[in-house]
Write a protein that binds this ligand. Structure first.
Ligand code: PMT
Length: 342
C-alpha cells in the first residue's frame, strides 16, 4: 500500500476525519460534570492516560499501538483526587484506572486477596468468602478513598482506543473546560501516536498477505498542543509529557516543546527511569531587569527524584513511594500560583 503522505493541520484533520459515534453523548456528560464541579467551586484536571492505536483497516484487524500501561495517568489521578481536584480521566480502554490499578491482574491478582472460610455450621451450607487478613489494611484504605470519590461524584471517566477518538475527545473536552478558565488543568500523560492512516487511504477489508511484504506510508498526526493552547482552552494550566529513550534528548526536546507551544510545563521522563525521576521544564517568569534578561537562560529545570534503592519488596522494580505523589504536589503548587496571578 503506497500512497502520498499529506501534512495535516489540526483544522484539516477535523475537516476530513470522522468523529467517534459516541462523541456527542460523551460531551453532554462532560458538560454536566463540569457544571456541577464549577458550582461546587472545585478545580478540574483533565488527565489523559494510556496509548492510542492507529488502525490499518476500516474493518480493523490490525493496528499499531503506542507504549503505555496507564500507570502514570491512573496514579496521578488518585493524587489529584486526594488533593481535592475533580478529575476527568480520559484513558485508553482497558488501561489502568485510579483505585482498581492496585489490583491489576498481572501484579496483584484480586483472587489472591480472597479466602474461602471453613464452615462451622451445618445449618448454613453456603461457603463464605473473606479478605485475606494481611491484605485487609491496604484494601480498606483503597476502598475508603474509592467510595468517597464515587459518593461525591469527583471522578468522570472517558475512554478512547484510536488516535482519532483521542483527538476528537481532547478537543471537545478542552472546549467544555474552557469555562473554568485558569481553574482547569490539563495533564497530558497519554502516549499519542505520531503517525496515522487517514480513513480515505485505508483498505476497507483486512489487508491480504498474498503480495509478500507490506509498505505503508503514514501521515503525521497534527501537533494538537498548539491549538489546545491557543484556541481550545482559555487560560487552562497545561502540562505535557516528553518521553525519550535517549537521556541526552530529554532536556532539549522538552525545551523545544515549551518554546514551540507556549504552555506552562513539560515533564520529561526517560523510559527506563520514569518511576524514579522526572524533570519539570518551564519558562522563567519574565525578568524585570531587561539588561540581564537578554543573556539569561529563559528556561528553568527542576528534577524530582525517588531514591532507587528504596524498592517495594512486594512488586520488585517498583519504588516504595510513588513519584506521582511529588509530581502532583508540585503541579498543584504551580497551578495555585497560576490561578492567583490570573
Ligand atoms: O503509562 P506508563 O506506562 O506509566 O507510561 C507513562 C508515559 C511514559 C507514557 C508518560 O509519562 C509519557 O511520557 N507520556 C507522553 C508520551 C508521548 O507521547 O510523548 P510524545 O513525545 O509523543 O508527545 C509529547 C506531548 O505532545 C504529549 O504530552 C502529547 O500529549 C503531545 N502530543 C503528541 C502527539 C501529537 N500529535 N500532538 C501532541 O500534542
Amino acid at each position: 500500500m503506497k500512497t502520498e503522505a499529506t501534512k495535516f493541520s489540526a483544522e484539516d484533520y477535523f475537516a476530513t476525519q470522522t468523529p467517534p459515534p459516541t462523541l456527542e453523548e460523551d460531551v453532554e456528560k462532560v458538560r454536566e460534570f463540569v457544571k456541577i464541579q464549577a458550582k461546587e467551586g472545585r478545580n478540574i484536571v483533565l488527565v489523559t492516560s494510556g496509548g492510542t492505536t492507529v488502525p490499518l483497516e476500516l474493518n480493523v484487524v490490525r493496528f499499531l499501538d503506542n507504549f503505555s500501561a496507564g500507570t502514570r495517568g491512573a496514579t496521578s489521578a488518585e493524587y489529584f483526587l486526594k488533593a481535592g481536584y475533580a478529575v476527568i480521566f480520559m484513558h485508553r480502554q482497558f488501561s489502568l484506572q485510579p483505585f482498581s490499578r492496585h489490583y491489576s491482574h498481572s501484579t496483584n491478582p484480586f483472587l489472591d486477596f480472597l479466602d474461602i472460610e471453613s464452615q462451622d455450621s451445618a445449618s448454613d451450607p453456603t461457603p463464605r468468602i473473606s479478605v485475606t487478613p494481611e491484605k485487609r489494611a491496604d484494601l480498606l484504605t483503597v476502598l475508603t478513598s474509592y467510595k468517597r470519590v464515587h459518593s461525591l461524584g469527583l471522578l468522570h471517566t472517558l475512554t478512547f482506543v484510536t488516535v482519532n477518538d483521542y483527538l476528537w475527545l481532547l478537543r471537545a473536552v478542552s472546549q467544555e473546560l474552557s469555562v473554568l478558565k485558569r481553574r482547569s488543568m490539563f495533564y497530558l500523560a497519554a502516549a499519542v501516536s505520531d503517525f496515522f492512516l487517514p480513513r480515505q487511504k485505508m483498505s476497507e477489508h483486512k489487508i491480504q498477505s498474498g503480495k509478500g511484504s507490506l509498505h505503508i506510508e503514514m501521515d503525521q498526526v497534527p501537533k494538537i498542543l498548539k491549538p489546545l493552547v491557543d484556541e481550545w482552552t482559555h487560560g487552562g494550566f497545561i502540562v505535557s509529557f516528553k518521553l525519550e529513550t535517549d537521556q541526552n534528548l530529554l532536556l532539549p526536546k522538552a525545551r523545544q516543546a515549551i518554546e514551540r507551544y507556549g504552555h506552562q510545563v513539560v515533564i520529561g521522563n526517560d523510559l527506563h527511569r520514569r518511576k524514579f525521576e522526572v524533570v519539570f521544564v518551564s519558562k522563567k517568569a519574565a525578568s524585570q531587569d531587561l539588561t540581564s534578561s537578554s543573556q539569561e537562560d529563559p528556561f528553568e529545570e527542576q528534577w524530582l527524584r525517588i531514591p532507587q534503592s528504596v524498592v517495594d519488596q512486594t512488586t520488585p522494580g517498583f519504588p516504595i513511594k510513588e513519584i506521582e505523589e511529588d509530581i502532583v504536589q508540585e503541579l498543584i503548587k504551580r497551578h495555585t500560583l497560576w490561578v492567583k496571578q490570573g
